[in-house]
Design a protein around this ligand. Structure first.
Ligand SMILES: O=P(O)(O)OC[C@H]1O[C@H](OP(=O)(O)OP(=O)(O)O)[C@H](O)[C@@H]1O
Ligand code: HPA
Ligand SMILES: [Mg+2]
Length: 164
């Protein structure tokens, strides 16, 4: 993380609340026949949203675009299965869920696979916001979001400085 980048750590509790808030917002969008989680980051919010909205068909698409905090090419490591593509092709409503949209590169790649699907994320940064139909919280582009599965409980130095 560069020196002037802001840090936004998210606890499990907060992530659960924000994912539930996303489910509440999606309630107003009508029902969905299937959810596609963008693995890995989308797996947790997709499970929470699927539970809240009683969506039983849960599919994954595996996409990698970052190595730690360094962005690379979007690599699709696992495609969406044919039965779920058929749900969309036959007029069913598919919901795509990811943890966040940053530059929008991942969202663009997955949207191309399911052009009519509804795209939802918990967090959004300005560059990628246009790619998302529904999200909960916007953070600035120079903020790095730390998800609870990447965090551990650790010592924090006093605000005034020093070591104890
Ligand atoms: O809008 P973008 O600039 O494309 O960035 C957003 C994507 O980056 C992260 O995934 P990552 O590639 O790090 O893989 P992961 O989900 O396995 O952590 C995050 O989970 C989003 O999927
Ligand atoms: O802010 C972020 N946090 C975690 N993963 C990410 N992938 C792209 N941007 C981010
Ligand atoms: Mg991801």
């Amino acid at each position: 993380m560069s020196d002037n980048q802001k840090s936004f750590p998210v606890s499990w509790d907060q992530f659960h609340r924000d994912s539930r808030a996303l489910a509440w917002r999606l309630m107003g969008q009508g029902g969905f026949d299937a959810v596609v989680a963008i693995a890995r980051g989308g797996l947790v919010p997709a499970a929470i949203v699927a539970r809240e909205l009683n969506i039983r068909v849960v599919e994954t698409v595996a996409v990698k675009s970052y190595d730690h905090q360094a962005q690379g090419q979007v690599q699709v490591l696992k495609q969406i299965s044919k039965p779920v593509l058929d749900v969309a092709a036959n007029g069913g409503r598919v919901l795509i869920v990811d943890d966040l949209v940053d530059t929008g590169a991942t969202a663009r790649a997955v949207r191309d696979m399911l052009p009519g699907a509804h795209f939802a994320t918990v967090y959004a940064k300005p560059k990628g916001r246009e790619m998302v139909d529904t999200f909960i919280t916007e953070v600035s582009q120079d903020t790095w979001i730390f998800f609870p599965w990447d965090l551990d409980v650790a010592y924090a130095a006093p605000i005034s400085g020093g070591t104890d």
